[in-house]
Design a protein around this ligand. Structure first.
Ligand code: PLP
Length: 342
């Protein structure tokens, strides 16, 4: 697939902002190019616009090249850049699934791009043929979320590959929760499909939601386009430093703990008489079908516990989404849930 044929014409034609540090290659020099305050305080200099040091760490952990990586101010910025690079407002469209992460539709609306929604099946499996049928010649992006928020299950690789093999647009797989899953990341398929884009984040498993770092892994042509349009200094100095620090010291015990807690919570929550079903989860949250989600939500708020009421999402009537906390937090949650059990 010729990626440049998918890029918006104005993006291909525009001259990117040339930042003062475009020539900066990481070695010390005398910087009199960016009107900064010259006195060192740790953050007086603009950040490296291409985040070379951080990308080196990510590239080695993900077994990728830096040219296959773009970093954003959260995955949300990465997604927004994809819309702006590839989707012509008012004319082109995207395909998303429902229920899924709400931000896709918000970004589609913001960018004035129509979002065609394909419903999951009632067991939360996804029918590739329905995705393929929802595309047309003006479809630029298909966004799949695996494991999916809020359903918690993964999309099978053969479903994703069927979509890739039968469409002529970019296929984005949002893997925000992949590190909690037993399934392989689609990163392994990047070599096979140049229209595949994988998005991950440091916000969930890696415990860095506060520093805002989203990662986009894709073919070099896609990354080149995104680099042309991204704000030059989108990842600040503190974020780059903290990410390098924490990525080099990831606590692998956390995964086991979350999975253990998730399975225990699932078992205990299933016993409640106002719970109809706890869906299997490959993420760090549970989707729970109750007899009355508004009531459960309000009762927990009364006990200062905030969960996510998903009752208004498609296929999620009377469902709530509960994040897995620490062992102690989960005990408090279970006590509160038991307290309203009649
Ligand atoms: C939490 C989440 C993200 C993360 O977004 P950031 O902007 O990187 O914090 C992305 N996608 C999904 C589906 C999520 O649930």
């Amino acid at each position: 697939m010729d990626i440049n044929k998918l890029v918006r014409k104005n993006v291909l034609a525009m001259k990117p902002y040339s930042s003062a540090r475009d020539e900066f290659d990481g070695v010390e020099g005398l910087f009199l190019d960016a009107n900064e305050n010259p006195y060192s305080n740790g953050v007086n200099r603009y950040p490296d616009p291409y985040q070379r040091k951080l990308k080196e760490v990510i590239a080695s952990q993900k077994h990728l090249l830096h040219e296959n990586i773009l970093l954003g101010n959260g995955s949300d910025e990465v997604l927004d850049l994809l819309f702006r690079a590839f989707c012509e407002p008012k004319k082109e469209n995207i395909v998303i699934t429902a229920p899924s992460y709400g931000m896709y539709k918000v970004l589609a609306n913001l960018n004035d791009v129509l979002a065609n929604e394909v419903l999951y099946e009632s067991d939360f499996s996804l029918d590739a043929d329905k995705i393929i049928a929802a595309t047309n010649k003006n479809t630029k992006l298909i966004i799949l979320c695996s494991p999916n928020n809020p359903t918690g299950n993964s999309i099978e690789l053969d479903v994703i590959e069927k979509v890739l093999n039968n469409t002529n647009c970019l296929v984005v797989v949002d893997e925000a929760y992949i590190d909690f899953s037993t399934k392989n990341s689609c990163i392994k398929s990047l070599n096979k499909y140049n229209q595949l884009i994988v998005i991950q984040t440091l916000s969930k498993y890696f415990g860095m939601a506060g520093i805002r770092l989203g990662m986009c892994f894709a073919n070099k042509d896609v990354i080149t386009v995104l680099n042309r349009i991204k704000p030059p200094y989108n990842i600040n100095v503190l974020t780059q430093q903290k990410a390098v620090d924490l990525l080099e010291n990831v606590d692998l015990g956390y995964r086991r703990e979350v999975i253990q807690e998730r399975e225990n919570l699932s078992k205990e929550i299933s016993k409640l008489n106002y719970v109809e079903k706890v869906y299997p989860s490959e993420a760090n949250f549970l989707l729970v079908k109750t007899t009355n989600a508004n009531w459960v939500y309000d009762e927990l708020v009364n006990q200062q516990i905030i969960i996510r009421n998903r009752t208004n999402e498609k296929l999620c009537k009377d469902c709530v989404r509960i994040s897995i906390g620490t062992k102690q937090e989960n005990e408090i949650l279970l006590n509160a849930l038991n307290k309203i059990n009649s």
